[in-house]
Design a protein around this ligand. Structure first.
Ligand SMILES: [Zn+2]
Ligand SMILES: [Zn+2]
Length: 242
């Protein structure tokens, strides 16, 4: 697609002030490289076999579901993720979230579209909804990393982002320090869904990291209350076989 001249200019100016960096080692790279050559060889992609429900890599290919999905019912239809949450991916996502490396979203979205663009189309997804941050946390951080990813993905798969349909009404404690049942309690009623104005039936929830699914389940519950029928999940990364 031919870009508008003003857009090319803004992007050129942005490249000078914010040079493109490798999302994994943070070295400055060519604007259209996406990732540096060294890191490209080491990217831990999620590969088959994966859990049929959440998309987590499975160590035993004879099983259909991961331990976590065998144990409990999720409220989303199916989930997938691009990278395995380890080493270089973990560091990359940390900078994306806390060090203002919003530009990494372009690479994450590119990879997500290559791996799951077909899947998203087959599922008939009508809108992309990022997991929202509570407004206090968003104010403090300056941006919602899931929303930045959602917007970058939307451009590549040509599906609109609908951020307003979901709101985070409780400023929850970070999940990573909590055990399973505490996570659930922490997330209870954390989200509400605004009126489903456009009557969406099938949406794609996106987030940066999927661990046990407690967050997306809480969000999915609110969306179901608003009449959404099928909720798919796509995360930049996912934790190992739990
Ligand atoms: Zn690199
Ligand atoms: Zn699973």
């Amino acid at each position: 697609m031919q870009q508008k001249p003003w857009k090319q200019l803004t992007e050129a100016v942005l490249d000078i002030f914010y040079p493109r960096r490798c999302p994994f080692c943070d070295r400055v790279i060519q604007p259209d490289a996406g990732v540096c050559e060294d890191c490209r060889k080491r990217i831990p992609y999620v590969r088959e076999p994966v859990c049929k429900k959440c998309g987590k890599p499975l160590s035993d290919e004879r099983t259909e579901y991961c331990i976590d999905c065998n144990r409990r019912k999720h409220l989303f239809t199916a989930g997938r993720a691009v990278f395995s949450y380890q080493g270089m991916v973990r560091e990359s996502l940390y900078r994306f979230k806390y060090a203002n490396r919003r530009e990494y979203a372009m690479f994450y979205a590119e990879e997500a579209a290559v791996a799951y663009g077909g899947w998203i189309a087959r599922m008939g997804v009508q809108a992309i909804v990022p997991i929202p941050l509570h407004k206090k946390r968003k104010q403090k951080r300056g941006y919602n990393q899931a929303e930045v990813f959602a917007k970058a993905l939307a451009k590549r798969v040509h599906i609109p982002v609908q951020s307003r349909i979901l709101r985070r009404v409780v400023n929850t404690r970070p999940q990573k320090a909590l055990g399973n049942s505490e996570r659930k309690k922490n997330m209870k009623n954390a989200f509400i869904s605004a009126e489903n104005m456009v009557h969406l039936d099938r949406i794609l929830l996106v987030d940066d990291i999927y661990t046990t699914g407690t967050t997306v389940d809480a969000a999915a519950e609110a969306l179901r209350d608003a009449g959404v029928k099928e909720i798919y999940v796509l995360c930049v990364s996912i934790g190992g076989d739990a």
